[in-house]
Design a binder for this molecule. Structure first.
Ligand SMILES: *Cc1c(COP(=O)(O)O)cnc(C)c1O
Length: 385
């Protein structure tokens, strides 16, 4: 279906650069999953974040509060606008920014808070929005990993003033390798977003017949659009998202449930689903006792032909971080320590039950133990917290 859509989009030359039938369909579907968001498709989530940072209209020296445990594009977008990043520590059970520590980091230069929802598990957005409202700050959610993930029943990326999502090839659903979306959730930002999205011009208003003498340059902007061929690919993926997430959740639940004996034995910690969250099984992480043990685990699994992957390294550590004016507010109690012992098990849509069983057996073997439960039920693994 991806390929037939792409063929159809490619034959409509007029809308190839974007804004055609498939872009409209994807936009409408994403908007329908939210209460009142206006969605713009972008060519990556990195670009979505850059567009969000432009809309925030920052001045050099303005401060942006973000976690250090995140992908580098979360903060690059704001650094490109001359802002300074103030990192806050994470919560060790979710690996998300610890929302209880945000308010103390607010200064009179603070303009934006950027929560990132790790693995589709939502940050406490009630706390974030309350702080933002009281201090008149903007909130840009990095919801890169969050298609089909909700918090308190609401789509992640639709809580803050702006939300950014990714359709990169490594994410749950993809626009043929690269893609993203910006969710404008504050209606008062929509007009400016439309201008920024179209190279800083009011061309969209002109197309709607709202300006009489053509269109003109209004502000800073860029060409953020996702091309139509990729929107066609994305439409086919979104159409299958329920099926994709369903299978990914089976695998996630199997890992979660079958590994409980090792968790109870104090050998590992695993990702959990807090009651407010419905995640999308984007990743499954576990933590070894320390980084040495993680290294040994990775090596052992590799010898078994299974690739486990570590994840983000803290952004406040490299020399470039201080050079660009980033600072860590408060104590780095968990960011460095917890990120150094976290690793991810393989999790992909086409993974078979047998492959999941092989991974589980290998994890147990690393600890000199064996799986006690019956592994023939992997395909029926259901959710627990
Ligand atoms: C993947 C990811 C991004 C970047 O998304 P792209 O679409 O690859 O640009 C940003 N933030 C987080 C948290 C991510 O996981």
């Amino acid at each position: 279906m991806e390929l037939s859509n792409v063929r159809r989009a490619a034959f409509n030359g007029a809308t190839l650069p974007g804004g055609g039938e498939f872009t409209d369909r994807v936009v409408q579907l994403l908007e329908s999953q939210t209460e009142n968001s206006t969605v713009f498709l972008t060519n990556s989530c990195t670009r979505a974040l850059e567009m969000a940072a432009l809309i925030c209209d920052l001045e050099p020296g303005d401060e942006v509060i973000a976690p250090s445990y995140t992908f580098v594009s979360t903060i690059n977008a704001f650094l490109l606008r001359g802002a300074r990043i103030v990192f806050v520590d994470i919560d060790k059970t979710t690996m998300n920014i610890d929302t209880r520590l945000i308010e103390a980091a607010v200064t009179n230069r603070t303009k934006v808070i950027v929560p990132m929802h790790y693995g589709g598990i939502g940050c406490d957005m009630d706390t974030v929005m309350d702080i933002a409202n009281r201090h008149k700050l903007l909130v840009v959610e990095d919801a890169a990993q969050c298609p089909n993930a909700t918090w308190k029943g609401k789509q992640l990326g639709s809580f803050g003033h702006i939300g950014c999502m990714s359709f990169h090839g490594t994410k749950n659903i993809t626009a043929g390798g690269q893609g993203g979306a910006v969710f404008i959730n504050d209606p008062s930002l929509v007009a400016q977003a439309e201008i920024v999205y179209d190279n800083g011009t009011n061309r969209q208003a002109f197309f709607r017949g709202e300006t009489s003498n053509g269109y003109e340059w209004k502000s800073l902007g860029s060409n953020f659009a996702l091309c139509e061929v990729q929107a066609a690919y994305l439409w086919a993926q979104i159409d299958q998202a329920t099926k994709i997430v369903h299978r990914r959740l089976q695998i996630w639940n199997a890992y979660h449930n079958y590994l409980q004996p090792l968790v109870q034995g104090g050998k590992i910690e695993v990702m959990k689903q807090p009651p407010e969250s419905v995640h999308n099984a984007h990743i499954f992480w576990l933590k070894l006792i320390n980084s040495e043990k993680r290294g040994a685990f990775g090596k052992f699994m590799k010898e078994k032909g299974i690739s486990t992957t570590t994840h983000f390294t803290p952004l406040h550590k490299p020399a470039i971080s201080t050079k660009l004016g980033c600072r860590f507010y408060g104590e780095d109690r968990y960011t460095s320590q917890e990120s150094s012992r976290l690793t991810r098990l393989p999790l992909f849509y086409k993974m078979t039950d047998e492959e999941v069983g092989l991974v589980l057996n290998a994890v147990y073997e690393f600890f000199g133990e064996s799986v006690e439960d019956d592994l023939s039920n992997i395909g029926n693994s259901s959710g627990t917290t």
